[in-house]
Design a protein around this ligand. Structure first.
Ligand code: PXG
Length: 300
């Protein structure tokens, strides 16, 4: 079935959703994006994703040309056009059509694309058994470079790391920062658990401030875990009681082996399983309704 795509204010069939080869998103990776999920008729953490999109835009001096409220409506409209209740939503805003030459002054207005699609999840088996992941040579770019907090269209740093993971047959790569501290994975944040401590790298390690990361920090508190946002090394990874990753695609997924070292007893840990359960419960009952009239029906 042909998907309906939002392209610069219009909803068009995917065959007609075409972009100029002079778009600076294509020529230079000059742009930003968000990956958002909808569960059970609700868009999860929509305001937070829109806020991060506008913070990325502000940082790269890109005027999106829509208010955050208009962006929210455009996202909901795109999901409705595809009649979806569970969806993966990709919002891409590029600098727009310019000419050869990287000067963004040549781009008069941004290109805005919203895709709402069905989701391809990790295999359920991996949630039950856990992932075997590896650290890779490519380092996460530092906060003093293109800050990883900008969700930019420049993902080559992470793609190089993913290629290295592919070469050794790992489903995800752990990236260290330039000082050798653990930063994050190519599309996920990372957590370890030691006793009752929930430990995750701080923002200044050079990471994307993941929205699932924030949700898991909240869930951790309700489970009595003590949060430590601090730098740690591969030694800490190998000797952790539990480890898991968080992200839009993976949600919360256990890690049971890192660089050949078995984590804990080699099975997803008790806290990790509880966090996955709580995350699913939270995600299925929170968010901005896509079809508000459904809620009204339920109330009456
Ligand atoms: N770190 C990085 C580098 C990411 O790109 C996350 C962490 C997790 O953030 P959220 O906000 O999702 O909890 C991400 C985001 C995709 C895709 O479509 C997903 C991400 C990035 C790029 C592509 O599969 N995840």
């Amino acid at each position: 079935m042909s998907r309906k795509i939002y392209l610069n204010g219009e909803i068009v069939p995917e065959e007609e959703a075409k972009i100029s080869v002079f778009d600076h998103g294509y020529l230079y990776g000059d742009g930003i994006f968000e990956g958002i999920r909808a569960y059970n008729g609700r868009v999860f953490k929509l305001e937070e994703h829109i806020k991060r999109l506008y913070q990325s835009a502000k940082t790269i001096m890109l005027d999106i040309g829509l208010t955050p409220e208009e962006m929210q409506e455009a996202i909901l409209e795109t999901i409705r056009a595809n009649l979806l209740r569970d969806a993966y939503i990709r919002v891409v805003v590029s600098r727009g059509v310019g000419d050869l030459g990287l000067n963004p002054l040549k781009c008069k207005k941004p290109t805005i694309v919203i895709i709402a699609s069905e989701i391809a999840l990790y295999d359920q088996e991996l949630y039950e058994k856990g992932l075997h992941v590896m650290t890779v040579p490519t380092r996460r770019n530092g906060a003093e470079m293109v800050n990883p907090r900008i969700k930019s269209l420049n993902y080559l740093n992470n793609i190089m790391a993913r290629i290295e993971a592919n070469l050794i047959g790992a489903p995800e790569a752990i990236m260290l920062n330039n000082e050798g501290y653990v930063a994050e994975c190519t599309g996920d944040n990372i957590f370890i658990i030691e006793g009752d401590q929930l430990i995750t790298p701080p923002k200044y390690a050079g990471i994307l401030k993941g929205i699932k990361r924030e949700v898991v920090i909240e869930i951790g508190e309700t489970l009595g875990l003590k949060l430590r946002e601090e730098l740690f090394t591969r030694y800490d990874l190998y000797n952790a009681d539990e480890c898991f990753l968080t992200g839009t695609a993976a949600e919360v997924i256990p890690v049971v082996k890192i660089d050949g070292r078995v984590i804990g007893d080699g099975k997803p840990g008790a806290y990790t399983k509880k966090i996955i359960e709580e995350f699913r419960r939270y995600a299925n009952s929170n968010g901005v309704p896509i079809y508000p009239e459904e809620d009204e029906v339920k109330v009456s």
